[in-house]
Write a protein that binds this ligand. Sequence first.
Ligand code: ADP
Ligand code: XUL
Length: 524
Amino acid sequence: MSENDKTFLGLDLSTQQLKGAVVDENLRIICEETVIFDTHLPEYRTNGGVTVNKSNPHEITAPTIMWVKALDLLMDKLTVASVDFSKIVAISGTAQQHGSVYWQNGADKTLENLDPSNFLHSQLATSFSIANSPTWMDSTTKIECKCLEDAVGGPEKLAEITGSRAYERFTGSQIARIVVHRPEAYRNTERISIVSSFLASLFLGKIAPIDYSDGSGMNLMDIKTKKWDQRLLDTCGPNLADKLKDPVPSCSCLGTVSSYFVERYGFNENCKVIACSGDNPSSLIGMGLKKEWLGVSLGTSDTLFLWVSNPKTVLNGHILCNPLDQHAFMAMLVFKNGSLTREKIRNKYAHQSWDEFSELLERTPRGNFGYIGLHFDVEEILPVAIGEHRFNKEGKKLTKFSSNEIEIRAAIEGQFLTRRLFAEDIGFQIGEGTKILATGGASANRAILQVLSDVFGCPVYTQDIVNSAMMGAACQAKIGFTGNSENISDLPPPKLICEPYKNSEEIYKPMVLKMREILRNITS
Ligand code: ADP
Ligand code: XUL
């Protein structure tokens, strides 16, 4: 194979879809395909890729086998698109963070002996001891979170060790809940993967290790030593170290692709499988995020992240291991009610049209006459709150606003004001040179980005990459293949989309203070 013939495969197993992109050596996309869970796999009856338990709306899972079937479909789509699999020299992936997969006893053997003439989903149908994977949207584990914090001496101590106080979606408390509610299934569990290491396992043909960066989203790992904390493992369940195995550095090579993919799709038998990671760490890679930049991902969830060298202990946010530098970290804030909430507002007040939504948003003045809306369709993380809340300038509660455009601006400003408030709380300071790099589905919407720019008081850029997490996965494949993280300088440079209006800080600074007051009232 000549130098220029090499390609890389990056996958993104996100909440709502599985995407795959083949890129060339300069990280240019040659082919990209998507499988949307709700529409392409309707037999699993998911909504936004997940299933909400009707009798317990906090329980939000996804059928594990649906993700396997999505990979079968995606591989077929890439085949139909004439991808030459023999040119792919390395594969890596990214996935929703925290979600967990429970492999049934014997699953590792099944993975090793897959029959290339059959689909993966028909062969792995009985390989999961828990059929529905808890997802990052789940919030059922309050009790287990308290146990984890108590085990080490409180939330501060847990945050100091693992980078985060106990969060309900983090995998440690999720595993602990399975141990209590499904003891038999836990006993029959050979290994536990997180969604990213599950994706790597399918390509590797054996159960893959967890990478440091996504592993730091479990409330189980000491982020400084990069080892599981035995006290925390013991608090969650028996023999957990055996079920997790040791984590590995991000972007490390795990082995070569399984014979299933060689024989069924014509992969080269030397094609490397590189450790997969979580969507936020992968986005940090795919955005080429530098100091002074705040990454803002506007996907199913909204996440804010930045590169940090010497992290302080944070209680409202997370410190994760940095996927590019084993001595560095990334700070992250996650807001559950992101794009799906914006979609709900669009459907209710703008006839399901983003164009109309944007027009109405642009028609209203910055500050929205003091009207603020907060929409927490699922229990929010920051702040911990649920439901719809509307306020006027005086802070008086209202049940609705007088027009569709006021509703829309109130909701979007409400989202970004809370994002700014929590970013400031973890020490983020807007300075002269601060810039925002936006990504994710909603970063295609200029009107939304203008509000983001005004509320934060800094310019907003995007990249010519629609999906930075998936691009990050392709970069991981390249870094893992070459062993050099300097090798991703080909990423497209950020493009300026909008700048804050001159008086925006005068408007929004007091509104952040007002928001603080509001949050105190709705969460107390
Ligand atoms: P994920 O987090 O699942 O990877 P994406 O980053 O692909 O999600 O974002 C998907 C979301 O992007 C959709 O739920 C949709 O609401 C949102 N989106 C797509 N286009 C627009 C647009 N023009 N304006 C606002 N939001 C959009
Ligand atoms: C991060 C988080 C979400 C998911 C979304 O902590 O829970 O951003 O990773 O896929």
